[in-house]
Design a protein around this ligand. Structure first.
Ligand SMILES: Nc1ncnc2c1ncn2[C@@H]1O[C@H](COP(=O)(O)OP(=O)(O)OP(=O)(O)O)[C@@H](O)[C@H]1O
Ligand SMILES: [Mg+2]
Length: 283
């Protein structure tokens, strides 16, 4: 579905933001770009969906060089931008019917999506009165409404409460079940782990690792232990790998003193692997 070879990009030619990236995305995959703020994820999405065209290297999307695509390309992709660009003087429903008409699709019924995502009661209100989360939900419906083969979602759950984030994630998984390909940009490792078939770790415009979430997680071995202890009437915390706990001076001291207050063990997360491989935190 997507084949990027030696992709490089800069906004101003003084510094290269995306540096020699190569990757492929298969049809039917949910493929994640995971990385900290400023890593270049949204820029990458804008290149892949044909907005930024002055890149170097080859980027074919649905068998066409993306900088040379024409209008019919846009009927086959759906894009949910990081900052929803909706018409604020239109109602929610008018926004959807207007965009559907641009795709030449007057046969689409947005109501089931709006109902599902909790916007049917507000669909006749102007978007200027919507909250950030409502705009995010409406923009998501707009991206999927015309049943595109390829979907680009940039931080689709940001600003959503856990209940709506859950519904939206279920709807993303249903897109995959319907055979669609999804590019998901996120710095939320839980979303990446739950939704993505494969994840690329992006730092400073480079892919530092690319694999399934399970394979990435298996690179980090060993259970981690976090403990809290009382010291001069303060509760302090420490952490160590499980296997080296017995040689951890604070842990052993407070265990013997009876001042240990809690112990939690946990399996390595995708974020642990991210930090190990990139030396950077996700947020
Ligand atoms: N239109 C632009 N012109 C110049 N520089 C830009 C432009 N858009 C983004 N940048 C710069 O490119 C870098 C990467 O930005 P980008 O939005 O791709 O990051 P991101 O990984 O999506 O970050 P976030 O997680 O915060 O959304 C940043 O340093 C940003 O300032
Ligand atoms: Mg971004």
């Amino acid at each position: 579905m997507i084949d990027a070879q030696n992709l490089s990009f800069s906004y101003d030619f003084s510094s290269t933001l995306i540096e020699d990236m190569s990757f492929q995305v298969a049809a039917g995959e949910i493929f994640g770009f995971l990385g900290p703020s400023g890593a270049g994820k949204s820029t990458l999405q804008k290149i892949l969906c044909g907005i930024l065209r002055n890149y170097r290297g080859q980027v074919t999307v649905m068998d066409r060089e993306v900088k040379k695509t024409s209008e019919d390309f846009y009927t086959q992709i759906g894009v949910d931008f990081e900052f929803p660009n909706l018409y604020s003087k239109f109602t929610g429903l008018e926004n959807l019917t207007y965009f559907a008409s641009l795709y030449g699709r007057n046969d689409l019924d947005p109501y089931p999506h709006l109902e599902r995502i909790g916007l049917s009661g507000d669909m006749h209100k102007k978007v200027s009165s919507y909250s950030k989360g409502m705009k995010m939900r409406l923009a998501f419906v707009r991206a999927i409404l015309h049943q595109p083969r390829l979907l680009f979602l940039d931080e689709p759950t940001s600003g959503l409460d856990p209940a709506y984030a859950r519904i939206l994630k279920d709807m993303i998984l249903e897109q995959k079940e319907a055979g669609r390909t999804v590019i998901l940009t996120t710095h939320n490792m839980h979303d990446a782990e739950e939704l993505c078939d494969r994840v690329a770790f992006i730092v400073d415009g480079e892919i530092r690792a690319l694999d399934t979430p399970a394979a990435l997680r298996s690179r980090e071995t060993g259970v981690k232990v976090r403990f809290t202890y009382e010291n001069s009437e303060q509760i302090l915390s420490g952490h160590a790998p499980l296997e080296s706990l017995k040689s951890h001076p604070d842990f052993m001291h407070h265990l013997q003193n009876g001042t240990l207050r809690s112990i939690h063990s946990r399996e390595p997360t995708l974020e642990d692997v991210f930090i190990e491989l990139t030396g950077r935190h996700l947020s």
